[in-house]
Design a protein. Structure first.
Length: 529
């Protein structure tokens, strides 16, 4: 039975020259688990918000959307709140109370549910999601993964028919992201809840979903099961094949006809090919300058004298022209380190030596940088004498030229990230600190983004990036470090670093490490075979 029926849907934002959604027709069946993917700005989030009337943006709209065979506009606010749940990309933007238990009960209280039923629903959610050990905690003490799980549990307490999620794993570390997807799969399988989510990180999601919807320029170009979508994009050599799991891409590139979606499937298919190659893999050398840009020696930091240390005697050296990628779990202190380096927070012990004063930080939330009414205004604010030519050059570089007259808050998450990046780069720093810079970026723009950074590195720019994007770090970093318990416990070149990790490693390395222990990217494997 259909739960959503979308007919001839068109939508255009007031300040956009073109339609964001173009003549969409889509039927979604009850109980389906669907992922919507595509480039930043392809219309994924806009489509998702059309399915939640209270979040539908203002603009020019035509076409019809039916929910349970009724026009979706006929839903009352209460019916919408009860039947259609929505989880935002940033977990902090959805939490409204101070305690975990209160957050779980808040939505039910607003629906006027009696206390006895609220206690029962909350109790069920606590046990279903396994969160009893932090039920009484302050929400401020939770990690990003815990906050997103809390948001999910709070929505599910209202027992919705549909769960909509906008890039829910974009701010989670790799292990938390997999745990979150496992929970969604459990909800879908055990409760029969229809789940529709948008995602850029597709390495793990394909094995859980029933259908994959691929969007391009506001249109649906693929709507099928994961295996067929994968096969079609690869065989047609479509540019969006870059989104697909590495296991499928590797098998395609080495000439196989099967395109597995999981590492387990790929291992059995690739085994014969891998047995016949030498395990001697030539690790590419990445030259690192001897010119020291930053030196951190035994630095300690805590937010309050009565709290535990966040940074516990951390040591780190950065050299000119390198890209150092720092990884670790949510809430481990990586972002705190960036704030200490750029002097937004003051350490109480240890020394930090700088060879430059030109330091710029791209924060995790790009909206923290926005103060203008248009993208053009944002960029001109940081250019000396408001040089419009420099604004145009940067807009072209980060691919935001069509949005110069658009309010930055009207952009998608990935587009906002590009605007923030452009604004930071116009400051011409010598040391660039990036906090989750690939969050919200599609796979194609990540390649462009990496090229921008590499060009700047060649000019002497030093980059320290905090990231959960293992695949990006493996491909483009010069050194990688793992942050745990307030200090960096491991650091090395990408191939040495990821090949020595068991969980914090790339999907490619997990796939071929038995035969090519130092291979960490699809290109490494393809070149060897």
């Amino acid at each position: 039975m259909e739960i959503f029926n979308i007919q001839n849907l068109n939508f255009k934002y007031p300040t956009y020259p073109q339609y964001t959604l173009k003549n969409l027709n889509l039927c979604i069946t009850k109980g389906e688990f669907i992922v919507i993917c595509g480039q930043s700005g392809s219309g994924k989030t806009t489509l998702l918000k059309q399915l939640k009337p209270s979040l539908t943006p203002h603009g020019e709209k035509s076409g019809d959307i039916f929910f349970n065979n009724q026009p979706i506009s006929n839903l009352t606010q209460r019916e919408e709140a009860e039947q259609i749940g929505y989880v935002l990309q940033n977990p902090d933007n959805q939490i409204v109370t101070d305690k975990v238990w209160h957050e779980l009960a808040f939505g039910l209280e607003n629906l006027g549910i009696e206390q006895k039923k609220i206690r029962l629903r909350v109790g069920e959610m606590v046990h279903f999601f396994g969160i009893s050990h932090w039920f009484y905690k302050d929400v401020t003490t939770l990690s990003g993964g815990q906050k997103q799980l809390l948001n999910l549990a709070s929505i599910m307490a209202m027992t919705p028919d549909v769960l909509l999620l906008d890039e829910p794993t974009s701010q989670l570390d790799p292990i938390s992201a997999v745990d979150f997807l496992e929970t969604l799969y459990k909800i879908n399988q055990e409760l029969g809840t229809t789940i529709i989510l948008t995602e850029h990180r597709l390495e793990e999601i394909f094995k859980y979903v029933d259908k994959v919807i691929v969007m391009e320029n506001g249109e649906i170009i693929q709507n099928d099961d994961p295996a067929r979508v994968c096969s079609t994009l690869l065989q047609n050599n479509h540019p969006l094949k870059i989104f697909l799991p590495n296991s499928a891409k590797i098998c395609f590139e080495v000439g196989l006809k099967n395109y597995p979606l999981t590492i387990k499937q790929a291992k059995s298919i690739l085994e014969e090919r891998l047995k016949n190659i030498s395990t001697a893999f030539n690790i590419p050398k990445k030259n690192i300058s001897s010119i020291k840009v930053l030196s951190i020696n035994e630095v300690f930091f805590k937010y309050d004298k009565h709290q535990n240390d966040i940074l516990k005697g951390i040591n780190l050296e950065l050299f000119e022209g390198e890209m150092y990628a720092l990884m670790g779990g949510n809430g481990s202190g990586k972002s705190t380190l960036l704030n200490v380096i750029c002097k937004q927070s003051k350490h109480y012990r240890g020394k930090i030596k700088y060879s430059t004063k030109k330091i710029s930080l791209l924060p995790q939330d790009p909206q923290a940088l926005f103060i203008g009414k248009t993208v053009q205004e944002e960029l001109q604010n940081v250019v000396q004498n408001g040089d419009f030519n420099k604004v145009l050059e940067m807009a072209k570089l980060v691919q935001i030229t069509p949005y110069l007259n658009t309010h930055p808050y009207d952009l998608s998450g990935g587009e906002q990230q590009r605007v923030a990046l452009g604004k930071i780069l116009l400051c011409n720093p010598d040391l660039l600190l990036l906090d989750e810079p690939t969050k919200g970026l599609d796979a194609q723009f990540k390649e462009t983004f990496a090229k921008i950074l590499q060009d700047l590195q060649n000019q002497g720019l030093t980059i320290l990036l905090v990231s959960h994007d293992i695949e990006f770090c493996a491909k483009f970093a010069t050194r990688c470090g793992l942050f745990f318990d307030g200090e960096i416990i491991s650091e090395d070149t990408p191939h040495q670093f990821f090949s020595s990790n068991y969980f914090y490693t790339t999907s490619t390395n997990r796939l071929v490490r038995e035969f090519l222990p130092f291979a960490i990217t699809p290109d490494d494997v393809i070149k060897s075979i």
